[in-house]
Design a protein around this ligand. Structure first.
Ligand code: CO8
Length: 259
C-alpha cells in the first residue's frame, strides 16, 4: 500500500513508520491518522514483523493534532476526529507487536498521546514533550487525560494538563514518560538496537507479556494475577517455551520460531 503522509519501511523484521509532514511538524490531520491506522494493520498482518518503530521526519515527532483542521470542526466532527485518534491508539495498544516511539523532537498534544500508546519511548536530548491543548481552549482528546495519569500519576498529570507546560526530555525521563534519553544522532540506532533485542525473543511470549501488562494494569491485583496465570499457561503451549528451556539446559542460545 502506498502512503502520502507517512513512510513505511521494513528493516528485516522491524517495521519503521515515519510521519512525513515536516512542513507542518507532522501534525496529525485526518488523512495522516487514516494512513497510520492502515500502516499498523499492514505491519500487524505481516508475520515477518516482530517490532515496530514510530518516528517523525524533521524537527518534530508529532506537534499535535492538526489545529488548522480542528479549527473548522463542530462538536460532532470533533467527536468523530477524537474517535479516529482513539481507534489508532487502541490498535497500537492491542497489537501483538511491541511499539517503540523514537521521539526525535516535539511530541505535543496528539504526539504525546501517540508516545503514551507505544510500549517503549526513547527520546533525543532536545525533544520537547507535553499536552499544551489547554492553550487552545480544549483538553486532550486522543487519550491524554486517561493515559497520562496512569503513567505519571494523578497530580503530575493534572499539573501538565492544566498548565500546558512543555517539558524537556530529561524531565520526561524523571517522570517515567520516556524510558531513555540519547543524543539525536544516536536515536534511531539505539531504537533499532532495542528492537533487535526484542525481536530475538519468542514473539508469542513478548506479545502475551504486552497483553498481560496492558490488561493487568486496568484490573485490581488479584484479577490481574489471575489474568497473568492464564496467559502464562498459554506460553507453555508453544514450541518457543520448549525450545527456550531446552536451550538453557543445553547451555546454548535459544532459536525461537514464534510458535
Ligand atoms: N497543527 C497544525 N499545524 C501545525 C501544528 C499543529 N499542531 N504545529 C505546527 N504546525 C505548523 C505551523 O502552523 C507552521 O505552519 P505554517 O508555516 O504554514 O504557518 C509549521 O507547522 C511550522 O510551525 P512553527 O512555525 O510554529 O514552528 P516553530 O518552531 O516556531 O514552533 C511549536 C514549534 C512550538 C511546536 C509550534 O508549532 C506549536 O506550538 N505548535 C502547536 C503545538 C500544539 O499546540 N499541539 C497540540 C495540538 S492540539 C492536539 O493535539 C489535540 C489532540 C486531540 C484532538 C481531539 C480532537 C477533537
Amino acid at each position: 500500500m502506498s502512503y502520502v503522509n507517512i513512510l513505511v519501511e521494513k528493516k528485516v523484521n522491524i517495521g519503521v513508520i515515519k510521519i512525513n509532514r515536516p512542513k507542518y511538524l507532522n501534525a496529525l490531520n485526518r488523512d495522516t491518522i487514516i494512513e497510520l491506522t492502515k500502516a499498523v494493520e499492514e505491519l500487524e498482518k505481516d508475520k515477518n514483523i516482530k517490532v515496530v518503530l514510530i518516528t517523525g521526519e524533521g524537527k518534530a515527532f508529532i506537534a499535535g493534532a492538526d489545529i488548522k483542521q480542528m479549527n473548522e470542526m463542530n462538536p460532532s466532527e470533533a467527536k468523530k476526529f477524537a474517535e479516529m485518534g482513539h481507534k489508532l491508539l487502541m490498535k497500537i495498544e492491542k497489537s501483538r507487536l511491541p511499539f517503540i516511539a523514537a521521539i526525535n523532537g516535539y511530541a505535543l498534544g496528539g504526539g504525546c498521546e501517540v508516545l503514551m500508546a507505544c510500549d517503549i519511548a526513547i527520546a533525543c536530548a532536545s525533544a520537547k514533550i507535553g499536552q499544551p491543548e489547554i492553550n487552545l481552549g480544549i483538553h486532550p482528546g486522543f487519550g491524554g487525560t486517561q493515559r497520562l495519569p496512569r503513567i505519571v500519576g494523578r497530580s503530575t498529570a493534572k499539573y501538565l494538563l492544566f498548565t500546558g507546560e512543555i517539558i524537556k526530555a530529561d524531565k520526561a525521563l524523571e517522570m517515567g514518560l520516556v524510558d531513555e534519553v540519547v543524543e539525536a544522532d544516536k536515536l534511531i540506532e539505539r531504537c533499532l538496537e532495542i528492537a533487535k533485542t526484542i525481536s530475538s525473543k519468542g514473539p508469542v511470549a513478548v506479545s502475551l507479556c504486552k497483553q498481560a501488562v496492558n490488561q493487568g494494569i486496568e484490573l485490581d491485583l488479584i484479577r490481574g494475577e489471575n489474568y497473568e496465570v492464564e496467559v502464562f499457561a498459554e506460553t507453555f503451549a508453544t514450541y518457543d517455551q520448549k525450545e527456550g528451556m531446552k536451550a538453557f539446559t543445553e547451555k546454548r542460545e535459544a532459536r525461537f520460531e514464534g510458535r
